[in-house]
Design a protein around this ligand. Structure first.
Ligand code: F6R
Length: 607
């Protein structure tokens, strides 16, 4: 998630911008930059890596006369995290500089269109395409706001942009669509930013911009317009009374909770540009040159491994490809049987997990083709894989992985559809349902999340004194049972075991007594009656049960948790949120350091 700040006022702009970017650092970034106008000339300073590198560059030049500017911290989505891809981007004429947060889905088409008109590009980004599109818009005698409106009418996707014009250096324009943007109203100065902490030391008067609004700022004036018609829009001013730290977490107590609540947006961002509504097909250009594999090996650790297990069920069912799912730390040391026809799918949020990387490298020695499925652009997995699929989930700050798994499931779902179509094994009606249902999922999940959290809180109060938990599930819900147990033990330090429900009678049932509760996934699918009979065995031994279940199912358990029924495999997304929220609420109730559990670091990069 990129960080954005724009300033116009009476202070030297560059220190305000750099300081604002510092307060947005928690969002994660891999490069940073600022643009300002001094003596009528546009200056752009950009640096790869941490803000300190940008600060070094800033310290080496004179900028104190510039009182308007824009600043950006970039989390790579298009193009590797190097200086030429860092923002701000300048149009070919050198007149406009722009910062952008979001993803322009049809940027390739627009880039080709601009190239035909003589434009050249210095970066791999969608953002440089957009600033040149605005510039092209101005050629037809449009004013800058008209050109912004025209250019934004041509692009599809998500954006929050701020534009600086060196011929009118006190004026900024900012617009948004499906990416956050807030305007800060000061005295003799005004701000825009992706998040309030960027300008909180200067003003607490804010206006939240809505989708498709454009704001024009000078030090002493502001007006909000509809980006399509440029007609004025009435806005109300809100007063902020949070402190900076709370605001960085968007008002959530922990990053883990914030990231769970980001999941609807993460799902949208993950399928953005990957579904063609005309023929209901999945577009994965990254895999264009690769035929559907004869055999697939999924390689991962921890939560990513659970995502891989879930993917196996779907890829086998929709694409009829045999899939083995491998714990990377085992795979890398095994006496492997692989050849050039094998395809290995390495799943890793960070793209830096040592075992996953080592497993990939071993598979390469056998000539296998490697697909990386990861979140961090330019990470080792991404660089070393033959093909890369990015989850586009934004940085995950909490150590316990939540939204990353959600995005991995989306991509595995799309992958199963993609190969199912290639192999003609996915019936048209299933494909149509799969597309329609996943498009509707973010809204349903967003509506339900507050209710799910309330139930998770109630249950956490009833169960947090337990010392051990059993998590049970079958089919798609089995990997989720493993994930639920992992989340609980990882952040609350309560022992938990995940089992395939059918395995319970082969030993673990001996553990069940009134002190040893079970968290069951008993959703409405073809295995429901089997799960139900497993739960009856638990009850017969006096075990208390929390059961995630659907309305209308005949299930008699201690604490049912009834969630809306979705379509087929998509029920797993709602269930996953419940498991994450329950673990979160238990850990928080027990006073644990939820975002930074003991003995754990974000990615396990050491041997
Ligand atoms: C659990 C968790 C870990 C990671 C695992 C793999 O909440 O975060 O189990 O899933 O260390 O990390 P990546 O996906 O970065 O390879």
């Amino acid at each position: 998630m990129c960080g954005i700040i724009g300033y116009t006022g009476h202070r030297p702009a560059v220190p305000v911008l750099v300081e604002g970017l510092r307060r947005l650092e928690y969002r994660g970034y891999d490069s940073a930059g600022v643009a300002y106008v001094q003596n009528g000339e546009m200056s752009v300073l950009r640096a790869e890596g941490k803000l300190a590198s940008l600060e070094e560059k800033v310290a080496g030049v004179s900028h104190h006369l510039a009182t308007t500017g824009i600043g950006h911290t970039r989390w790579a989505t298009h193009g590797v995290p190097v200086e030429r891809n860092a923002h701000p981007h300048v149009d070919n004429s050198g007149r406009l500089a722009m910062i952008h947060n979001g993803i322009i889905e049809n940027f390739e088409e627009q880039r080709e269109w601009l190239k035909e008109r003589g434009y050249h590009f210095n970066s791999d980004t969608d953002s440089e395409v957009l600033v040149n599109l605005i510039s092209e818009g101005m050629k037809a005698d449009r004013s800058l706001p008209e050109a912004i409106s025209w250019a934004l009418g041509r692009v599809e996707g998500a954006y929050a942009i701020v534009v600086l014009d060196c011929t009118d250096p006190e004026r900024l324009y900012a617009a948004r669509h499906a990416s956050p943007m807030v305007f800060g109203k000061g005295v003799g100065e005004n701000f825009v930013a992706s998040d309030i902490p960027a300008f909180l030391p200067y003003t607490r008067e804010v206006i939240f911009l809505d989708d498709d609004e454009l704001v024009e700022l000078t030090p002493s004036s502001w007006r909000v317009m509809d980006v399509k018609t440029l007609e004025p829009v009435e806005k109300t001013i809100d007063h902020i009374n949070w402190d900076v730290q709370a605001a960085q977490k968007g008002g959530y107590k922990h990053f883990m909770l914030k990231e769970i609540f980001e999941q609807p947006k993460v799902i949208t961002d993950c399928f953005a540009g990957r579904i063609n509504m005309q023929d209901m097909s999945v577009q994965l250009p990254e895999l264009e040159s690769l035929a559907a594999p004869k055999r697939l090996h999924i390689l991962a650790c921890g939560t990513s491994y659970h995502a891989g297990m879930w993917g196996k069920y779907l890829i086998e069912s929709w694409a009829r490809i045999p899939v083995s799912v491998e714990i990377a730390s085992e795979f890398r040391y095994r006496d492997l049987i692989l050849d050039e026809d094998d395809v290995v799918l390495s799943i890793s949020q960070s793209g830096e997990t040592a075992d996953t990387l080592a497993g990939m490298r071993r598979a390469k020695e056998f000539g296998a083709t490697i697909i990386g499925l990861c979140n961090v652009v330019g990470s080792s997995v991404a660089r070393e894989a033959d093909h890369v699929l990015y989850t586009q989930a934004g940085p995950e700050i909490s150590v316990a992985s939540t939204k990353a798994m959600c995005s991995q499931l989306v991509l595995l779902y799309l992958l199963a559809m993609h190969w199912g179509r290639q192999k003609k094994t996915l019936p048209d009606d299933v494909r149509d349902n799969a597309v329609k249902s996943i498009l509707a999922l973010p809204t349903v999940l967003e509506t339900e999340l507050p209710r799910l959290r309330t139930r998770a809180t109630e249950l956490s109060r009833l169960y947090s004194a337990s010392h051990s938990f059993m998590y049970l599930g079958r089919g798609f819900q089995f990997p989720l049972a493993l994930e639920g147990a992992l989340k609980l033990k990882e952040i609350s330090y309560i022992h938990a075991e995940g089992y395939a429900s059918g395995e319970m009678k082969h030993g673990p049932i001996a553990l069940i007594d009134p002190e040893f509760p079970t968290f069951a996934l008993a959703l409405h699918d073809e295995l429901f009656l089997k799960v139900k009979s497993n739960l009856e065995e638990v009850q017969a031994r006096g075990g208390r049960i929390i059961a995630l279940t659907h309305p209308g199912l005949d299930l008699n358990v201690t604490d049912p948790w009834i969630i809306p029924e979705l379509w087929g495999p998509l029920d797993s997304f709602m269930a996953l949120s419940c498991l994450q929220l329950f673990a979160y609420e238990v850990a928080d109730y027990l006073g644990k350091d939820v975002d930074q559990p003991r003995n754990l670091a974000k990615s396990v990069t050491v041997e």
